[in-house]
Write a protein that binds this ligand. Structure first.
Ligand SMILES: Cc1ncc(C[n+]2csc(CCOP(=O)(O)OP(=O)(O)O)c2C)c(N)n1
Ligand code: SF4
Length: 286
């Protein structure tokens, strides 16, 4: 399982932001091996379906375990892994369509449980794999293959959503800033509880946002991404909300709270009994 599948020949398009996310994840996993002396087999990467989810097959170097599951169901699968093997380091990789559209219903419950996994969302504001349909994070009026007259819904702000749902670690990053992204993913994996690292990862075929994100002085385009100031209090939920009111895309650690107990710890401390499966089966069989 922790070997590459030679028959899976998917390739990302040149310039796809997901290349940077892959490199950053590899760096953060390698850092765990060195710093924590943790074998790579202790990590499981659970992937959704999309160009983004294909990352699980494209990791280079040492191979963690990987599960390429169902579209929108990366969180329930990671929940299952964590419940059976709580000691594992579980990383979810998903696209904005996968995580915020069909998979949206799972974010709230896992945030409430404070499931101890780290989610890396690759946001390109389209459905890349299925040829560029609009996604929840596509902007109002955006022309895509599914919105030829312009998208009629406003674009979702995922960072505001995560704060509202009670996610206990929220970071925002760009795929092109690999070192910073690797650091945030590392911290997300270290965080005791539900961590999301939301990455701007442009799709060079259907929605190339590199210039919009970084700006272009020669063309008079101001960047929409800006760095979260060093003095931002990451433990202050309201400060996080206020920061988002500035608009654009803040980059860095937005919120981190270790106050709430994680689901794994809760189960351990309450010493929940293992269910008597035979009794359950006899009770519920028809
Ligand atoms: C249940 C189900 N519905 C729809 C699909 C088709 N499908 C595959 S990937 C995808 C969207 C991918 O978009 P996103 O999650 O944003 O990832 P990206 O390809 O942009 O990285 C869809 C709709 C599917 N595989 N399974
Ligand atoms: S279609 Fe877009 S998201 Fe998919 S691999 Fe190509 S550039 Fe990347």
């Amino acid at each position: 399982m922790s070997k590459k599948n030679p028959e899976y020949d998917f390739k990302w398009c040149p310039g796809c932001g997901d290349f940077g996310v892959r490199r950053a994840l590899e760096q953060s996993l390698n850092k765990r091996i060195v710093d924590l002396e943790e074998p790579i087999e202790n990590t499981v990467v659970v992937a959704g379906i999309g160009c983004s989810g294909n990352l699980v097959h494209l990791l280079e170097g040492v191979q963690p375990y990987g599960i390429h599951g169902l579209h929108g169901r990366s969180l329930p699968i990671s929940f299952g892994v964590k419940m059976s093997r709580p000691e594992l380091n579980v990383v979810v990789v998903a696209g904005d369509g996968d995580f915020l559209s069909i998979g949206m219903e799972h974010i709230g419950p896992q945030a409430q449980r404070n499931l101890n996994v780290c989610v890396v969302v690759m946001d390109n504001a389209v459905y890349g794999l299925t040829k560029g349909q609009s996604s929840p994070t596509s902007d109002l009026g955006m022309i895509t293959s599914s919105t030829p007259y312009g998208k009629i819904e406003t674009g979702l702000n995922p960072l505001r959503l995560y704060l509202t749902l009670g996610v206990s670690f929220i970071a925002s990053a760009m795929s092109s800033k690999i070192k910073d992204l690797a650091d945030l993913i590392y911290r997300g994996m270290e965080h005791p509880g539900f961590a999301i690292v939301h990455v701007q990862s442009p799709c060079t075929v259907y929605n190339d946002t590199y210039e919009v994100l970084k700006g272009n002085a020669k063309k008079g385009i101001a960047p929409i991404a800006w760095n979260i100031p060093d003095d931002h209090d990451v433990t202050n939920w309201q400060a996080g909300v206020n920061l988002l009111d500035n608009g654009g895309i803040p980059i860095g650690l937005l919120y981190s709270s270790k106050e709430r107990v994680t689901l794994d710890d809760k189960i351990q401390s309450e010493k929940l009994p293992v269910p008597d499966m035979e009794k359950l089966f006899n009770t519920y069989q028809v």
